[in-house]
Write a protein of this length. Structure first.
Length: 174
């Protein structure tokens, strides 16, 4: 049976078509500002909200494409971060002699080595931070995080973990 009432009105259908187009453009790599201009949204925030609304509905094949593309981009970032973590630290032999700058300043080999080790350590820490952010985003994208409900009763604060299997199914059956 077709949807009743406002869901099938010409206005609603037009809005949904525009939202689906916004998802297609985003999947094609367009910026939110460019999508807003192209589809005549008030601003980038309105374009973002339109995309999110479309992603929340089942009928959008473009939404699935965008989710897949986003997942692939996260995986690419993950691979780069892991590659950085797996790179070896420089060895003292990588610095055979002192460095002389164009102004004639001499930097001893040991100092060059220490600076390279510090820089590599900083890079590895940044890669760990990025991996953490990528994994958090991937968990949100795929709904992997267990929902948490916090209840406050007077002076007592309780955290209750919710088993996702007990939650009602979403409209798309997932």
């Amino acid at each position: 049976m077709p949807p009743r009432g406002r869901q099938s009105s010409p206005r609603t259908l037009g809005i949904r078509q525009k939202q689906a187009r916004a998802v297609e453009l985003r999947a094609a790599g367009w910026s939110l500002d460019r999508i807003a201009r192209e589809l005549e949204y008030a601003d980038r925030s309105a374009a973002s909200k339109a995309i999110q609304a479309s992603l929340g509905r089942v009928e959008s094949d473009s939404a699935d494409t965008l989710r897949q593309l986003h997942g692939e981009r996260l995986a690419m970032g993950y691979r780069v971060a892991v590659q950085i973590l797996e790179e070896a630290y420089p060895k003292p032999d990588d610095f055979p002699e002192d460095d002389v700058s164009p102004r004639g300043k001499v930097t001893p080999r040991e100092e060059l080595y220490a600076m390279a080790i510090a820089a590599r350590a900083e890079l590895k820490l940044a890669a760990i931070d990025r991996l953490t952010r990528l994994m958090e985003r991937e968990s949100k994208l795929h709904g992997l995080d267990t929902p948490v409900k916090i209840e406050a009763n007077g002076d007592v604060l309780q955290t209750i973990l919710i088993d996702p299997r007990t939650l009602p199914l979403r409209p798309n059956g997932g």
